[in-house]
Design a protein around this ligand. Structure first.
Ligand code: CAA
Length: 259
């Protein structure tokens, strides 16, 4: 499929890289981009050769939010009846293989929310995160008021959503919003290395780990631990578990077959 607002490539034969590509608008997220992003993610998820995906932007902006020039004209009916956000932003939640956000520059509003929908965020040292929707007379609409407090706690999330201030990469790492901060010129190298590592493991095990960690954000601790326990037990039915443990005991690299 030919895309106009994203660029798609495969690295190391096993990592799907999606680059948001509306540079003049700082990668503002419109319907076309969100539709193309969803289609690209689904295609990579369905490709047995792909073990991990990366979403990235430009040096200046991961994404500066939902496209304000489009939203400015919306009525309540347009937003509600048109199912704005839900209609095409949530595809990423159905993706079963890991998706890493490689963030440089601005990740604001929907850009910050998109990064938080990924499984983890690796940030360049020039990254800036924020939920400035309040300046536009709205609130975050793609999960920001829910995922940000889970990531950084209530006080910082309130601070960000109520004052619209931006958080730099150092603060974002200190607060747990991002997993690592790396120099800008090393962002893709480091993120690709993480993605290649993940792609080298059993796909079944990777998908189970993602599903189980995500469960930590829903329900009770007891339910989550039980969910994890059952998935853990079921992995003993895979050939990859036999291979992984045999390889360790025989001091050789594992050759996973994703079975
Ligand atoms: N939507 C549409 N266009 C945008 C945009 C956005 N979210 N963000 C930036 N642009 C456009 C600007 O209008 C500008 O276009 P022109 O050259 O045609 O004037 C171009 O991108 C470059 O932007 P600036 O000139 O403003 O660049 P800057 O370096 O001076 O500032 C910035 C960068 C601080 C990111 C600033 O652009 C900005 O504040 N952008 C808006 C951020 C924002 O409010 N995001 C939240 C959107 S609401 C949302 O996302 C809702 C939700 O929860 C889903």
């Amino acid at each position: 499929m030919a895309y106009e607002t994203i660029e798609v490539r495969i690295e190391a034969d096993k990592v799907g890289v999606i680059t948001l590509n509306r540079p003049k608008q700082l990668n503002a997220l419109n319907d076309q981009l969100m539709n193309e992003l969803g289609a690209a993610l689904k295609a990579f998820d369905a490709d047995d050769n792909i073990g991990c995906m990366i979403i990235t932007g430009s040096e200046k902006a991961f994404a500066a939010g939902a496209d304000i020039s489009v939203m400015a004209k919306y009525s309540f009916a347009d937003a509600y009846k048109g199912d704005f956000i839900t209609r095409n932003w949530e595809t990423i939640r159905s993706i079963r293989k890991p998706v890493i956000a490689a963030v440089s520059g601005f990740a604001l509003g929907g850009g910050c929310e998109l990064a938080m929908m990924c499984d983890f965020i690796i940030a360049a040292d020039n990254a800036k995160f924020g939920q400035p929707e309040i300046k536009l007379g709205v609130i975050p609409g793609a999960g920001g008021t829910q995922r940000l407090p889970r990531a950084v706690g209530k006080s910082k999330a309130m601070d960000m959503c109520l004052t619209a201030r931006m958080m730099d990469a150092t603060e974002a790492e200190r607060s747990g919003l991002v997993s690592r901060v790396v120099p800008l010129d090393k962002l893709m190298e480091e993120t690709l290395a993480a993605a290649i590592t993940i792609s080298g493991f059993s796909q079944i095990t990777v998908m189970a780990a993602k599903e189980s960690v995500n469960r930590a954000f829903e329900g009770t601790l007891a339910d989550g631990v039980m969910f994890e326990r059952r998935l853990f037990h079921s992995l003993f039915a895979t050939q990859d578990q036999k291979e992984g443990m045999d390889a360790f005991l025989n001091k050789r690299p594992a050759q996973f077959t994703h079975q």
